[in-house]
Write a protein that binds this ligand. Structure first.
Ligand code: NAG
Ligand code: NAG
Length: 490
């Protein structure tokens, strides 16, 4: 019985679908007929005003249009057309008056002359036709009507001559090509690879903490690296990709290190920048830049989970898009908070919320910054990134003058934030001593010295000593016990 039912049902369905199919075909024909007529009509009335069909040179110069149509028309004949790419072209003599809308074979087939604006360009021994393009680093080159390549004149993030100039000069650092930057314009680098807004005047006027320190009696070593003092507690540099969110990366990184140090390794969370990017949205721009004071506010009042719980997902299509927030927390008293959602990473069940105390600002005196790092751990610093910083590979960075002879659009800078983890001194070729900071960037581990860079210290290079921030994690004895079982033994 069931079998028959099924059969009759399918027969019915078949009949019905055929009917629908027939109907669809009719409708499609109607629509198609109408739209073609409409298009020709609209082309006709707008003909003299229509934009030139062959602005960048004749496209499809070897196609046969007038020939396929079966001939040309004398004088003006607005119906003398052939479909051409996504529009129509004309084979009447009138088209030659404006040149703009003749079919590509009009001149050859109807007049027996060379079509205007036809050029071929050469590249690596190959011929290209007018209108064809190729990309040279960050610039699009188009084969122009005169047979010459016409290229955009953007300054690129990777400029071969800048790399050479840095490496030939005596600047104290080496430059290298990075495939992830090749093909990007300098503007795109500034727009998508940094992402910290300059602090507002109020924030800039934030009081510096008073350090009762006597630089004379205080023993500060010539070299210090947090990684060596606190092994396993300093987190490796991450990669922000094409997302201007250094505000979230530097904040999460400094908080991660501070919590690990302060808890004496009972907790070593790598805090989630994505949690900040997607959820700290008040007055923040996600992957379009943000403020570090806002990030610290969020870390104190809402808290974030770990990177493993809420993994980073760099933007895929447009670099400034930000994914929707997938983590919330609620108060459980005494200022502590608890997650109300599971980890976005479904394999992780540890959705503990980590918080910080209010951040504090350090003075711009390098000795005081050094003492803070040595006593309490890495600090956050704002810095101005200039065009030559992107190609930094090793050594002690100082902004160079290699772009000074070029047009102004080769010199750009934007505000970034990084994590300073130590310092040192190196003797230069000329015998003088160059003091430096060791800092972590967020451009991946293949950039710079394994993701880190060294930069001149004590001279406010790129304003790196102008706004330096320290912070404490919010940790109780209870936390120490609760988190004990998450601890990874090596
Ligand atoms: C077609 O246009 C070209 C260039 O504008 C002109 O030299 C030529 O005389 C025109 N030919 C005719 C048949 O109008
Ligand atoms: C940089 O690397 C890319 C490939 O990753 C290469 O196409 C380009 O020519 C290189 N540029 C320089 C200046 O070496």
């Amino acid at each position: 019985m069931q079998h028959r039912d099924y059969k009759s049902y399918t027969t019915l369905q078949l009949k019905f679908s055929m009917k629908v199919a027939l109907l669809t075909v009719t409708v499609v024909l109607l629509v198609a007929g109408e739209s073609t007529a409409e298009r020709i009509l609209s082309r006709r009335t707008k003909r003299e005003l229509a934009g030139p069909l062959h602005m960048g040179g004749v496209r499809d110069p070897y196609g046969s249009y007038c020939q396929r149509r079966g001939g040309c028309c004398p004088g003006r004949d607005d119906m003398c057309t052939v479909p051409y790419l996504d529009t129509i072209c004309y084979c009447d003599l009138f088209c030659n008056r404006t040149v703009s809308d003749c079919c590509p074979d009009f001149w050859g087939h109807c007049l027996g002359v060379q079509p205007p604006f036809i050029g071929t360009c050469e590249r690596n021994g190959n011929k290209f036709l007018t209108g064809q393009t190729y990309k040279e680093n960050c610039n699009l080159c188009t084969c122009g009507s005169l047979g010459r390549w016409e290229c955009e004149q953007n300054s690129c993030l990777i400029e071969a001559d800048m790399i050479q100039a840095v490496n030939r000069g005596n600047y104290g650092w080496r430059a290298a090509n990075y495939s992830q930057f090749h093909g990007m314009t300098l503007d795109e680098g500034i727009r998508y690879r940094l992402g910290t807004q300059r602090p507002s005047r109020t924030i800039l006027n934030m009081n510096e903490i008073q350090m009762n320190m006597d630089p004379q009696s205080e023993h500060i070593p010539l070299y210090f690296n947090s990684v060596e003092k606190w092994p396993g507690k300093i987190h490796e540099p991450l990669d922000q990709g094409n997302c201007a969110a250094s505000w979230a990366f530097s904040t999460a990184a400094v908080a991660s290190d501070r919590i690990s140090i302060q808890s004496m390794g009972h907790m070593t969370p790598q805090l989630s920048p994505q949690n900040l990017i997607s959820c700290d949205t008040r007055n923040q721009g996600g992957c379009a830049g943000g403020r570090i004071d806002g990030a610290w506010w969020y870390l104190r009042r809402r808290g974030v989970v770990t990177e493993d719980c809420y993994p980073y997902s760099p933007p895929q299509q447009t670099p400034t898009e930000a994914a929707r927030c997938m983590m919330q927390s609620r108060s459980v008293g005494r200022g502590k908070r608890q997650a109300t959602q599971r980890c976005p990473n479904t394999h992780n069940y540890h959705n503990d919320i980590y918080q910080s105390t209010p951040p504090y600002r350090l003075s711009s005196n390098d000795k005081e910054i050094m003492k803070e790092i040595m006593d309490n751990g890495p600090v956050q610093a704002i810095m101005e990134v200039h065009e030559d910083f992107f190609v930094y590979k090793s050594g002690i960075y100082k902004h160079t003058d290699v772009s000074f002879t070029k047009p102004p659009h080769y010199r750009k800078h934007g505000t970034h934030s990084v994590r300073i983890i130590g310092w040192g001194e190196a003797r230069k070729v000329d015998g003088t001593v160059q003091k430096y900071w060791i800092a972590a960037n967020s451009w991946g581990k293949n950039w710079g010295e394994n993701g880190y860079f060294r930069i001149a210290r004590g001279e406010n290079e790129c304003e790196i000593e102008a706004f330096v921030i320290g912070v404490w994690g919010r940790i109780t004895m209870e936390d120490m016990h609760n988190h004990h079982h998450h601890r990874k033994y090596k």
